[in-house]
Every structure is written in C-alpha cells, then in structure tokens.
Ligand binder design. Structure first.
Ligand SMILES: [Ca+2]
Ligand SMILES: [Ca+2]
Ligand SMILES: [Ca+2]
Length: 472
C-alpha cells in the first residue's frame, strides 16, 4: 500500500513537461481608458504583478492601444520541436462568443542589455492582411475629469472621434489617474498600434458577440486544460491541450511586413487591437491572466493548414460584397488554392473572384472548401436584410466602377463610369466633396486631404456603389 502511494505521488509531481516558464517581470503597463482601469483587481499597477509566475492573474489593458510589456526569466526559443511550431501561450478570459483580441509583438534582446530597447516585431495573425487592418493607428484620449465615471472622448489621426462610454456598473473614473499612472498626462494622451476590425455585433442585445479571430491574437480563444506548457493548435477550431492563445515566433514581421527569422525572444508586448463599444459589456478591452513558454515535444502533431475568410458584418444589405480570404501554412500566407463555395441559400452565390452576390434575404452561411482537400474549410455567416440602412457598407461591383491608383497620393481616377455624380466622404460619414457629371478618366485631386480612409459614393440613391479610398 505504501509503495503504491509513493508511485502515485511520483507520477503527480512529475507530469510531462514539468519545466514551466511563466512571466517573470512586467516591465510596462500603460492602459487605455476603460471600465476596469483605476480599480482592483484588473486595472491598477499592482494588477500587473498578478501575471508573474502563473496563468491566473488579472490585468485589463483598457480600450484600443492599452498595452503591457513583460518578459520571461529566460529567452523563449523558436524551437523546431515545439508542437505546431508554437513557442508560447498567452492566457486571457475570452469566452466562446466574446473575444477581445490583443495584437502581440515580440522583441529579441539583441544588444544583450536586458532592456526592451531593441526592435518590436508584430506577430502577423489571421487579420494582418485584411484591407480593414490599420497599422500605426493612433488614438488620443481626453480626460473628462471628475471623481466618477464619465464618457472618455477619443479622436484618431484619421479625423474620427467617439467616446469610451461610462456604465453604471463601474463607477470610478476610466481615464488612468495620475496617482496610479504618473506617466499618463492629466489632460490627454495618445496610444498607437495595429487596429483590427474584429467581428463585433452589439446591435442585437441581449445577444451580443465578438467573434474570435482565427489565430495570433491574445484574449481570443477559450482555455483548455492540462499542462499549460502543451499548447493549443491555433490552426483548428477545437480547443486542444492548454487552449488559450498560442503564438509562433515564426509569425514575426518587420515594419514592411516581411517575415524575420528570430531564434529566440525575450520580451512580449500585448496591445488592445479593437476600438469598439461592447454594449452592456463595456468597451472591448484585452485582458491577460498570464503566459507560459512551450515545452518541446516532437510527438505532438496536427493540422497546419488554415483557410481564413474575413467575417461579414452581422447584417448586410442585398447587392454584392468582395470577400477576403487567405490560405496559411503554419500561420504564414501561401498562395490561395482553388476553393469551392457552397451557400446555405439559393439566392446567394460567390464567383471565382470571391465576389458575393445577394438577391434574397434572411440568414446566410457561406462555406469555402479547398478543392482536393476537403478537410480545409472555412465558413462565414450573416443576415441579409434589404431594409438595412447601412450608408457605408462597402459594396464593390466587379463589372462596375473601380478607383485607381489606390492608395492615392494626390490624384485618382474612376473607371467604368460615364456622367455620374461622385461623393467623397470621410470615414465618419461627413461629406467632403461632390463632383457632377464625372466621366471615366478625369483626374480628381485630393492633395488637400490628410492621409486616411475615405469612401467614394458613385451614383445616387440605393443603387449607388461605395468604393474605399486610402489617401497616403
Ligand atoms: Ca516556433
Ligand atoms: Ca535590449
Ligand atoms: Ca485549436
């Protein structure tokens, strides 16, 4: 009996991959305003130390751009024997229908001074290539003052503005207070990073959703079980092993978007990647509870190919929509194979250039399957509603007008139109410019406009099409 007990104890104390390396130091915690900021347990500097040594801490980064920088005691290796190529896992508090994606960056201590003063590389995830993703996006938050929760106004470098809304559950001020965050100026401060669109639907309460991104975002995938050092396979929908969000150092890209080969990293930065209100759940804010590096184990294998379709809005109008899809192998994009589309409804079809045509209404699910590889498949769903008043649903007709060059510096042209009226809008919907009787080929000057995203409406009434224009 005694012998048996001893054997069990031995088994319990030395599980597979007993070596576990957690966060050893939080170097910087600079939150954006948010409902959890300035309060325990999620939003004070002491919350940052809860990430050390485990995966059950509590740290909120607040709204877009809020960030944390941490390190592990030892370098995290980009080890060839790591399962699925995954090198570390970040834990958060995502649920199956509520993801608050954080963009993750890594740094190698190249000058070996133990300081994060080297180069940050973004881990390019599933949403990195979408046309809606904006890099070097900057948001300024203004302190509304007062001793209770008030809306915190924000504005971005594209001229958009809004507010992080105060709610009745969290009554403390949401703007980081100088007592706790002396580095945050008392009037206003700016945060920057990569903005992703996400798939947030808060217009149909009480069913509100923020769908998970496919891979490479923090606070995105639910937790699993078992040793934290055995990671989830980020290329499957299922939760394997530790679950949560698995990261491969091999996804690191430089400012130009080129992959860089890093053998190891020392520092990790996580930044809230979405700027969106979450209805009664408050603003979208990335939460982190810890991180762990992966134990090499070449016996674990699984699917490494992934097809990603950008989510459609929860509701769309009839007409046509250009779908965006990408094929990845081990998280790096490869050329798009031939795909077969299937539609749940007869009135919806997708052509060979991935243009979706909608002529009916109701719930719709579209599935793309790689020809010859039936296990590689991806789906998106939406509700088609012809009554929808979406002024700025992006509608691009393959036979219709196109805009070139795009991005634009000083002048652009529209092709495929004759004597139409053109309307140029800010991304907020404000009308900037109107041109009557435009005919294909004429140059349109936008030298005076500041860089950013604009919309060009071609024609009038509900048959108008919208094109996106990026001014450099
Ligand atoms: Ca790796
Ligand atoms: Ca350094
Ligand atoms: Ca998985």
């Amino acid at each position: 009996m005694l012998r048996k007990l001893i054997i069990y104890a031995f088994l319990i104390l030395t599980p597979l991959g007993a070596r576990a390396q957690y966060i050893s130091q939080v170097i910087e915690y600079l939150p954006a305003p948010g409902q959890f900021i300035n309060s325990m347990p999620w939003g004070l500097p002491v919350s940052a130390s809860s990430l050390i040594g485990g995966v059950n801490g509590s740290l909120s980064l607040g709204a877009f751009g809020g960030k944390v920088v941490f390190r592990f005691a030892e370098a995290v290796e980009n080890h060839p024997d790591n399962p699925y190529g995954i090198d570390f896992t970040i834990f958060g508090n995502a649920t199956s229908e509520w993801s608050e994606p954080g963009v993750v960056w890594v740094m190698k201590d190249e000058n070996e001074n133990s300081l994060p003063d080297d180069t940050w590389y973004e881990l390019a995830g599933s949403d990195y290539h979408f046309s809606t993703t904006l890099r070097e996006y900057e948001v300024s938050y203004a302190n509304p003052g007062g001793e209770e929760a008030r809306d915190v106004p924000w504005s971005d470098q594209l001229g958009n503005s809004g507010a992080i809304k105060a709610n009745s559950v969290h009554t403390q001020p949401y703007y980081p207070l100088s007592d706790s965050f002396p580095e945050v100026p008392e009037d206003t401060y700016m945060l920057s990073g990569t903005l992703i669109q996400g798939a947030v639907d808060v217009d149909h309460p009480p069913l509100i959703k923020s769908l998970r991104r496919s891979f490479a975002y923090a606070d995105n995938q639910v937790r699993g079980s078992g040793p934290h050092t055995v990671p989830d396979n980020p290329y499957t929908l299922e939760v394997e092993h530790s679950g949560a969000d698995a990261f491969d150092i091999g996804w690191a890209v430089n400012e130009e978007g080129s992959y860089v080969e890093l053998d190891q990293i020392h520092f990790v930065k996580v930044q809230t990647g979405i700027l969106h209100e979450g209805g009664f759940l408050g603003e979208i804010s990335t939460e982190i509870t810890g991180a762990v590096d992966v134990a090499p184990d070449h016996t674990i294998s699984g699917m490494l190919d992934l097809l990603v379709i950008q989510d459609l809005s929860a509701e769309v109008d009839t007409g046509s929509i250009q779908l965006e899809l990408y094929m990845f192998h081990m998280g790096r994009p490869v050329s798009l194979p031939q795909v077969q589309w299937t539609s749940s409804e007869e009135w919806a079809s997708v052509d060979e250039s991935n243009m979706l045509f909608l002529s009916g209404s109701g719930a719709l699910t579209l599935t793309a399957t790689v020809v010859g590889e039936s296990s590689i498949t991806a789906s998106v769903s939406t509700l088609v509603n012809p009554e929808l008043q979406v002024g700025f649903e992006l509608r691009e007709f393959d036979t219709g007008p196109t805009l070139y060059p795009n991005p634009v510096r000083d002048f652009f042209h529209v092709s495929g139109v004759e004597q139409v009226n053109l309307f140029l809008y800010e991304s907020t919907g404000k009308l900037l410019m109107q041109l009557e009787d435009y005919t294909a080929g004429d140059a349109i000057s936008i030298q005076e406009l500041s860089p950013g995203l604009y919309f060009l409406k071609i024609g009038e009434s509900r048959s108008a099409s919208f094109l996106k224009l990026l001014k450099q």
